[in-house]
Design a protein around this ligand. Structure first.
Ligand SMILES: [Zn+2]
Ligand SMILES: [Zn+2]
Length: 407
């Protein structure tokens, strides 16, 4: 990229920082990103970039920027994705632009992702020379609502001529990575996840007459302990998996055995066979351990997210692009996979895709909050890096692009 283009991005940073902070001050939960979506549409209107709005239950936006070159019209588009939703958390950053909506905050930095993609749209729409069409995806409800799944189902991965995206790129601000650096890996980057709720039903009664009860608290306690055996005894040691019971609810009085106890938690895995194994064993362990203690367990599963699996060729392109932009020493191409999950996974099920982590941690800071913590804030110093990478990826004319390597 020319120095002129980099200077152009640098000149946009104050405007993008103000935009990011405005989004931060007005966070909205999944599928309720009405103001955010309006900000996105107004920005695109200002750039004269056409878009489809009203996607994914109303707030999703997919913009399309055609190529400018003669052969570019026949090329499949490159898709860039941002998420727009916030979390049900009371903000504790103390920032002057802190959330004005009590109980809702941008604790995952999606305000930064949206501002970066709008910045990339501004830069790209101003270029005379664009070899590829570009799709800009602004999706709702990443935090558990599977907004990405709806975007895909509603055709957001295709341009107006029906040509499907050759590749999809997405980024996430990452507190473990210093600002100015990028990290990713080919293959599984983020885990598949699901939520379980186990209801253990017994027979309530007087706490002084346990022989007349079937104690669901005792059974639930045994279920919790036995569930630890699923990862330690059933999953092959070379495979990664997590089973966490994160919530336990039972009882209302010290002298009464309740009739039921409820456990809730999450599973994580990369491989689909491990994911299936966790699901099957949790069902079996909960049911049979509860039965041994005279109770009955039923397990309810949510829909879950698939694993985010990076396409090898797309990841090579991200790594090469980031190395060219930032220097080889600032790009980690073999970042350890994380057990957190992302609904970017849905794009990767339909097109070659690469998700990468954009550094946000100030290396001079003694501590940087983790995602979803009440004092997490996206680092505005990462905006220019994010815009530059998205712009470079949209312009990259890889040799394989458009042929069989990238379907
Ligand atoms: Zn999040
Ligand atoms: Zn996030």
């Amino acid at each position: 990229m020319s120095d002129a283009l980099r200077a152009h991005i640098a000149a946009l940073v104050p405007e993008l920082t103000a935009l990011r902070r405005d989004l931060h001050a007005h966070p909205e939960l999944g599928y309720a990103e009405h103001r955010t979506s309006a900000v996105v549409r107004a920005w695109l209107d200002g750039l004269d970039v056409p878009y489809r709005a009203g996607l994914a239950r109303g707030t999703g936006v997919a913009a399309y920027l055609p190529a400018t070159t003669a052969d570019g019209a026949a090329r499949p588009p490159i898709a860039l994705r941002a998420d727009m939703d916030a979390l049900p958390i009371d903000e504790a950053t103390g920032a002057p632009y802190a959330s004005r909506s009590p109980g809702v905050m941008h604790a995952c930095g999606h305000d930064g992702h949206t501002a970066i993609l709008l910045g990339a749209a501004k830069v790209l729409s101003g270029l005379a020379d664009r070899p590829n069409p570009v799709i800009f995806l602004f999706q709702p409800a990443e935090e558990g609502g599977a907004g990405g799944k709806r975007m895909v189902e509603e055709g957001a991965l295709a341009g107006p001529d029906g040509l499907a995206a050759a590749v999809v790129y997405g980024l996430h601000g990452w507190p473990d990575v210093p600002v100015g650096h990028v990290a990713t890996r080919p293959g599984a980057l983020m885990a598949a996840c699901n939520r379980f709720d186990i209801v253990v039903t017994g027979r309530g009664g007087h706490a002084a007459q346990p022989e007349r009860t079937a104690d669901p608290i005792l059974a639930a306690a045994h279920v919790i302990v036995a569930l630890q055996s699923v990862v330690s005894r059933n999953v092959p040691p070379g495979d990664a998996a997590v089973v966490t019971v994160a919530s336990v609810h039972a009882g209302s009085a010290f002298n009464l055995v309740p009739a039921a106890a409820t456990l809730s938690g999450t599973i994580r895995a990369f491989a689909s066979d491990v994911y299936a194994l966790l699901t099957r064993r949790i069902d079996e362990v909960a049911r049979d351990v509860a039965a041994a203690l005279g109770c009955e367990a039923t397990v309810r599963w949510d829909t879950g997210f698939p694993a985010t699996v990076n396409d090898v060729a797309a990841t090579d392109r991200v790594v090469a692009t980031a190395r060219a932009a930032l220097g080889a020493d600032r790009v980690d191409a073999a970042f350890p996979p994380t057990m957190t999950a992302e609904d970017f996974a849905y794009y990767g099920q339909h097109a070659p895709a690469c998700f990468f982590f954009l550094g946000v941690r100030d290396p001079a800071a003694a501590r940087w909050p983790q995602l979803h913590q009440a004092d997490y804030d996206f680092n505005d110093d990462a905006i220019a890096v994010g815009v530059e990478l998205m712009v470079r990826l949209a312009l990259a004319l890889a040799p394989a692009m458009g042929d069989t390597t990238l379907r």
